[in-house]
Every structure is written in C-alpha cells, then in structure tokens.
Design a protein around this ligand. Structure first.
Ligand code: HEC
Length: 146
C-alpha cells in the first residue's frame, strides 16, 4: 500500500513537471528582457541568439545549456557586432527547464530544427560537472573557427 501511494505521488509529480516545462514560456519570463522577444538581441544589452554563428553553435553538444548554467562574460562576436556584457547564471532553472529553453533557442529562435535536442539528463550531468565561463568561451571559439 505504501509503495502504491509513493508511486502515485511520484507519477503525479512527474506529470506536473512535464506540463510546466515549456521552452517558449521560460524564454519569455527569463530571457526576453535581455535577448528580446524574438532573440534578436539589443545593442549594449545582450547578443542575438540567432545568426550565422548559430549554424555552428547549435550543433555543439551542451553549448546552450552550458552557458545557461555558467553564465557568460567577455567579448563575443556575432552577426550584429561584438558584445561585451555580463549574463548572470540561470542555474535556478531546473534541468528540464534549461533543456526546454535551450531547445527553444536552437530549434525556434536560431531556426536549426535538425540540431540535436538537449535532455534534462544531459543538463543534470553538466550541472554535476560544470565547465567554467572560460571553458565555454574556448568551446565557442573553437566551434566558430572550424
Ligand atoms: C540580464 C540579461 C540577460 C538575461 C536575463 C539572459 N541573458 Fe543570455 N546573455 C546576456 C549577455 C549580456 C550575454 C553576452 C555576455 C558576453 O558579452 O560575453 C549573453 C549570452 C548568452 C548566450 C551565449 C551567446 C553566444 O553567442 O554564444 C546564450 C546562449 C544566452 N545568453 C542564452 C540565454 C537564455 C536562453 C536566457 C534565459 C534563460 C538568457 N540568456 C538570459 C544577457 C542575458
């Protein structure tokens, strides 16, 4: 009996969580104030989350979720010029929320529907063994140099 109740509680929790996770909604509430509603970015505020560089960044495993966990700072070049701001870590979001918003970014804002999707499990692994901002910057540089 106890096992059944536990199972029912777990299932209810899992369903509630799956229903809550909507990448577009998370983007609207957590990202659009800086990156703007269509991910176009704004000069002096935040870089665009679309453009030719996302052709490559979209295919780097863990890049978007990794930046969300680590945050970002230091100069980065985009189709809209160079940005040099500070993005605070988004690590208050759950693993599922980070995966969902990263997939919304890559598939919808950047428009690369064929890019591999991030999963909550992958985000959990990144969270357990985080890379630093400097390491993600090196990954970005290497991906864009190819
Ligand atoms: C307070 C403003 C702010 C918020 C909120 C914010 N960002 Fe950022 N984001 C930035 C800035 C500024 C940079 C660039 C930092 C730099 O110049 O190095 C950035 C960089 C990024 C990058 C790296 C871009 C690239 O070309 O490599 C990604 C990906 C990203 N943000 C996604 C998101 C997502 C998704 C959210 C919401 C969960 C979010 N950001 C929330 C300000 C913000």
């Amino acid at each position: 009996m106890r096992t059944l109740i536990l199972l029912a509680t777990l299932l209810a929790g899992a369903t509630a969580q799956a229903q809550q996770v909507n990448g577009a909604e998370i983007y609207k509430s957590s990202c659009a104030m800086c990156h703007q509603d269509q991910g176009q970015g704004a000069a002096g505020v935040a870089p665009p989350l679309k453009g030719s560089h996302w052709g490559k960044l979209s295919r780097v495993p863990g890049y978007a979720p990794g930046v969300l966990l680590a945050g970002m700072h230091g100069p980065i070049s985009t189709d809209e010029g160079t940005f040099n701001g500070v993005m605070p870590t988004q690590n208050r979001l759950t693993d599922g929320e980070i995966a969902a918003v990263a997939n919304y970014l890559v598939h919808d804002l950047a428009g690369h529907k064929d890019a591999p999707a991030a999963t909550a499990d992958e985000v959990a692994t990144l969270r357990a063994k985080p890379l630093s901002v400097a390491q993600w910057r090196a990954v970005r540089k290497q991906a864009l140099a190819k």
